[in-house]
Design a protein around this ligand. Structure first.
Ligand SMILES: CC(=O)N[C@H]1[C@@H](OP(=O)(O)OP(=O)(O)OC[C@H]2O[C@@H](n3ccc(=O)[nH]c3=O)[C@H](O)[C@@H]2O)O[C@H](CO)[C@@H](O)[C@@H]1O
Ligand SMILES: C=C(OP(=O)(O)O)C(=O)O
Length: 436
């Protein structure tokens, strides 16, 4: 079993470079399927397990995919298969983002239902509502969603999302690019990753307007073409390193971080006493001697991002006073709270809120990551806990962070990643050797 081992107490200083955004690159790679002519070249692609998974999905669908030196190249001009099986969607929910592209390209798509995960039930009803409005017949059965466009092509429609879902906005936007007529999508997600996808689609020849606002208008075109694109920096990875600097009272330049992508996070951390300085190539973050308690409510962008909620919990546990975090985006994104409690955190869960009395006298312990952000958050707490923290279930961390422990070590953290052979494996090997 792999573990990250952190010994708390070091202040971080230096420079850390942010990777391309996971949540931008996954929909962009899914969108490359829309190009029936030419190759797409995507730059600044992070070497994350999720990227390898989406590449495998595309290969299964009959696209040619290469991934070298942070560059993904996709040729999708051959005839594509219609189906994304469960083995991929189970590994990564975002695999369901190929549905919009497949439906647009092939007029038909069959994709395994993603199901829930550690942070909530995560239905895709809003994606399906959009496809139906555009003329698709949608059937759900045997663990799959099957959608088929009448006469093989979707048509434009006016669609109002019940909630500004990131995935639904992306999936419907991709489906609408090749539809006949104009689609008007209202109450959409406004995340920077939506804008990045729209920019990519437009470079492919699509006509998408309004990304980043509450209404997106997509005029369907007859064909899309491969193009080149550089992925935006990962604002959640950047935010995680901002918290790392702040929690240790350190001084770190987060290179590549875009201030406008992290407005709500920076505002909250400033309220806590953290200093931010915009520099030519990033944001410098300076942690105070003592952090102040604040309240946080997660919201769709430009509100406070749910993907920074667990890292902020680590920071608030270290702050002076009572803080409340309210999670409004996912109904069950507090699994990490129990792990923090194992580190002696003083916190109480009340419905959708967690109340913390800080500063907690955090103690090192063995804790298990429950999702990718929880993994990062537990490591952040380990940076200031008394003694040694061991974090397990690192497969979650590898979905969203490239060389996380190495980047922290370069900033001065006492951290290593080890591979421990567990006792059962040792006994099994011993018995095998005895019998040989
Ligand atoms: C790969 C990717 O980009 N993942 C991000 C994306 O996930 P994802 O696209 O799955 O998140 P959504 O914005 O769709 O989900 C937000 C909420 O809406 C609900 N919902 C969503 C769709 C739907 O059809 N019906 C429905 O009820 C979900 O259950 C959830 O409670 O946005 C989330 C919210 O910022 C982030 O935490 C994820 O990191
Ligand atoms: C929840 C996240 O990702 P996903 O939607 O891919 O599970 C995340 O990036 O924090």
């Amino acid at each position: 079993m792999e573990k990250i081992i952190v010994r708390g107490g070091n202040r971080l200083s230096g420079i850390v470079k942010v990777e391309g955004a996971k949540n931008a690159v996954l929909p962009v790679i899914a969108a490359t399927l829309l190009a029936s002519d030419g190759k797409s070249v995507i730059r600044d692609v992070p070497t994350l397990s999720d990227v390898y998974t989406i590449n495998e999905v595309l290969r299964y669908l009959n696209a040619e995919v290469e991934f070298n030196n942070n560059e993904v190249t996709v040729h999708a001009s051959r005839e594509l298969r219609d189906e994304a099986p469960f083995e991929y969607v189970r590994k990564m929910r975002a695999s369901s983002l190929v549905m919009g592209s497949l439906l647009a390209r092939n007029g038909r798509a069959r994709v395994a239902l993603p199901g829930g995960c550690a942070i909530g039930s995560r239905p895709i009803d809003q994606h399906l509502k959009g496809f139906e409005a555009m003329g698709a017949t949608v059937k759900v059965g045997n663990g799959f969603v099957e959608a088929e466009a009448a006469n093989g092509r979707l048509h434009g429609a006016k669609i109002y999302l019940d909630f500004p879902s990131v995935g639904a906005t992306e999936n419907i936007m991709m489906a609408a690019t090749l539809a006949k007529g104009t689609t008007i999508l209202e109450n959409v997600a406004k995340e920077p990753e939506i804008v990045d996808l729209a920019n990519f689609l437009n470079k492919m020849g699509a006509k998408v307007r309004g990304a980043g606002t509450g209404t997106i208008k997509i005029e369907g075109v007859d064909q899309l073409f491969g193009t080149e694109h550089q992925i935006i920096p990962d604002r959640i990875e950047a935010g995680t390193f901002m918290v790392a600097a702040a929690i240790t009272g350190g001084n770190v330049l987060v290179k590549g971080a875009v201030p406008e992508h992290s407005t709500s996070l920076i505002a909250k951390m400033e309220e806590m006493g953290v200093t931010f300085m915009e520099e030519a190539d990033g944001i410098r973050v300076i942690g105070p001697e003592q952090l102040k308690a604040v309240d946080i409510k997660t919201m769709p962008h430009p509100g406070f991002p749910t993907d920074m909620q667990s890292q902020m919990m680590a920071l608030l546990l270290h702050a002076n006073g009572t803080s409340v975090i309210t999670e409004t985006v996912f109904e069950n994104r507090f699994m990490h709270a129990e792990e923090f409690r194992r580190m002696n955190a003083d916190l109480k869960i009340e419905g959708r809120s967690v109340i913390m009395n800080g500063p907690s006298n955090l103690q090192g312990a063995e804790v298990a990551a429950t999702d990718l952000r929880a993994a990062a958050a537990l490591i952040l707490s380990g940076l200031v806990a008394d003694g040694v923290t061991r974090v397990t279930e690192l497969k979650h961390l590898d979905r969203g962070y490239v060389n996380f422990h190495e980047k922290l070590a370069a900033l001065g953290a006492d951290i290593e990643r080890i591979s421990e052979v567990d006792e059962t494996t040792l006994i099994e090997t011993y018995i095998k050797d005895m019998n040989a």
